[in-house]
Design a protein around this ligand. Structure first.
Ligand code: CTP
Ligand code: MG
Length: 232
C-alpha cells in the first residue's frame, strides 16, 4: 500500500513545562520522538516520512533518525494543523492524490506496530480513510460553573481520537486547505475531513497510545514501554 508518514513535531510542550519540547525528552532509553516514529518504519509501500519542525529546532538533525533513508524535515507552522499542511505541501510533487498519508503525533511514544497494521488494513480500499480511536470507558460528567456535576453525558457513541490518522493525500490536502482558508480551528485531521461532509472510519486502537501532555503522562508512558520489555 503506497503511503507517506507525516509527523507533526513543531510544538513547544507548554503544558508539560519542561525546558526542552516534550518530543525530545528521554523516555525508557530513547527520546519520545524516536519511540513515536519507530513503529511507522519499514513497511512495504512506505514512500517517505516528513517531520514538521519548529523554526529554531536544532535537535532533530542531531538524531540518527534524521539520516534514516526516506526521512526528511520541513518547517512546521503556528498550529498543529498548519504543521501538517506544510508537510503535505513539502511532499506534493511526489505524492499522488490516492496515496495514503498517516499523520502521527511526535508526542505519542506508545504506538504499537500492530495498531498501525490494523489501521492500514481497515482503511484498505476506502475512498476517505480513518483514525485509531478508543471507545470511552468512564462515565462522563458535565461540569457547571462551580465545577460541580450537573449531569451525566451518554458515552455510548463517544470515542477518543488517537493517531495515526490515515487519509488519502488528495482528501486530506483539500480538507486542510479549506479549513485554513475558512479560519477553522482544527485539532486533528479527522475534524478537517468531517467538515467536508465525509465520515472517517473509527478503528479500535489500544488506549495505551497516549499523548504526552502533562508530566504524569511521562511516567505512564515509561511504565507502558517497560512492560513491553523496553530498556532491558
Ligand atoms: N505540533 C506541531 N505544530 C504546532 C503545534 C503542535 O507540529 N504548531 C505537534 C506537537 O509537536 C505534537 C502534536 O502536534 O507532536 C500534538 O500537539 P500537542 O500535544 O498540543 O503538543 P504541544 O503543542 O507541543 O504541547 P502544548 O499544547 O502543551 O504546548
Ligand atoms: Mg499544542
Amino acid at each position: 500500500m503506497r503511503h507517506w508518514v507525516i509527523v507533526p513535531a513543531a510544538g513547544s510542550g507548554r503544558r508539560l513545562g519542561a525546558d526542552v519540547p516534550k518530543q525530545y525528552l528521554p523516555l525508557a532509553g530513547r527520546l519520545v520522538i524516536e519511540w513515536a516514529i519507530e513503529p511507522l518504519l519499514g513497511r512495504d509501500g512506505l514512500l517517505g516520512i516528513c517531520v514538521a519542525l519548529a523554526a529554531d529546532d536544532r535537535r532533530f538533525a542531531q538524531l540518527p533518525l534524521s539520516r534514516h533513508p526516506g526521512v526528511e524535515a520541513c518547517a512546521g507552522g503556528r498550529e498543529r494543523s498548519d504543521s501538517v499542511l506544510r508537510a503535505l505541501r513539502a511532499i506534493e510533487s511526489r505524492a499522488a492524490a490516492e496515496d495514503w498519508v498517516l499523520v502521527h503525533d511526535a508526542a505519542r511514544p506508545c504506538l504499537e506496530r500492530a495498531d498501525v497494521d490494523a489501521l492500514l488494513a481497515a482503511v484498505g480500499a476506502d475512498p476517505v480513510g480513518g483514525l485509531l480511536a478508543t471507545p470511552l470507558a468512564d462515565t462522563l460528567k458535565h461540569a457547571d460553573d462551580a465545577v460541580r456535576s450537573d449531569r451525566t453525558v451518554a458515552r455510548e457513541d463517544l470515542w477518543r481520537a488517537l493517531t495515526p490518522q490515515a487519509f488519502r493525500y488528495g482528501v486530506l490536502r483539500e480538507a486542510l486547505e479549506r479549513a485554513e482558508a475558512e479560519g477553522a480551528a482544527i485539532t486533528d485531521e479527522a475534524a478537517a475531513v468531517e467538515r467536508r461532509g465525509l465520515r472517517p472510519m473509527l478503528v479500535d486502537g489500544r488506549p495505551e497510545n497516549l499523548k504526552i501532555t502533562r508530566p504524569r503522562d511521562l511516567e505512564l508512558a515509561a511504565a507502558i514501554l517497560m512492560a513491553r520489555g523496553a530498556g532491558e
